[in-house]
Design a binder for this molecule. Structure first.
Ligand code: C5P
Length: 243
């Protein structure tokens, strides 16, 4: 289940470690987002990275280019494998983030994490886009931002399962990563996610990584939930994921 990243959307280091200890070796890694990071800070990230966990730091940086470049350098030093910025921050911000990531890693002899861009949040729909003044369709906006991320040297995007095909259509290099939240196994509530697919559907659509939070965290037995998700993923054609 190397393609499954579990979102550690909990409030304490103790809860995060308990979950990570339970799932380590079974899942592909852990995502630390703004909730846990704001509560507990970078130390937890370093602790997980020091255990060789693949950590996806999901802080979605979106600020002036100089600030985002500094945050990217800091993410490299934390030892994360993957982190992200909002593509809506624009080309200069994206280029500066990519450059700071590569330069910091090279200069300090550290592994270079993959830098990916958020296109449109998976909780958004056409109504949300209209609210913020985007008149295009969701698919067009996702495609535009994915193309921009690619042109600025990023390694991939976060995209809902439904946008995987539009992204693959505009970015041709197969190594362009697609990380997909908004995945719900059968019979699990959609919560605030609007554009959901099942694990098998997301894998079949060409996602490289699936990010799953509540379907695991709210399960009575998270390890069992993860195994069931793994079975659903296996039922898809996993051939494309081995590349
Ligand atoms: O609980 P659920 O499976 O919906 O969690 C999805 C996780 O992925 C959350 O931590 C959320 O912040 C994150 N995420 C998302 N949509 C994005 C980027 C990240 O849902 N576009």
């Amino acid at each position: 289940m190397d393609q499954l990243l579990v979102a550690l959307d909990v409030d304490s280091t103790a809860d995060a470690h308990a979950l990570a200890d339970r799932l380590r070796g079974v899942v592909g890694g852990f995502k630390i987002g703004s909730r846990l990071f704001t509560s507990e800070g970078p130390r937890l990230v370093q602790e997980l990275a020091a255990r060789a966990d693949r950590v996806f730091l999901d802080l979605k940086f979106h600020d002036i280019p100089n600030t985002v470049a500094g945050a990217a350098a800091a993410a490299v030093r934390l030892g994360v494998s993957l982190f992200n910025v909002h593509a809506a921050g624009g080309g200069e911000m994206l280029r500066r983030a990519a450059a700071a990531t590569a330069e910091t890693a090279a200069r300090e002899g550290l592994p270079r994490p993959k830098l990916i861009a958020v296109t449109v949040l998976t909780s958004s729909d056409a109504g949300v886009l209209a609210e913020i003044g985007v008149g295009d369709t969701l698919a067009a906006q996702v495609a535009r931002l994915a193309r921009l991320a690619d042109a600025c040297g990023l390694d991939g995007v976060v995209a809902s399962p439904h946008e995987i095909a539009p992204v693959r259509a505009v970015v041709e290099r197969p190594e362009f990563l697609i990380v997909t939240p908004g995945v719900r196994p059968h019979n699990v509530a959609h919560d605030d996610q609007r554009r959901v697919l099942t694990p098998a559907e997301a894998v079949r659509a060409g996602a490289d990584y699936l990010v799953i939070g509540r379907a695991v965290l709210n399960a009575p037995d998270p390890l069992r939930a993860v195994r069931e998700i793994g079975e659903e993923m296996m039922r898809a054609d996993v051939g494309s994921l081995q590349a």
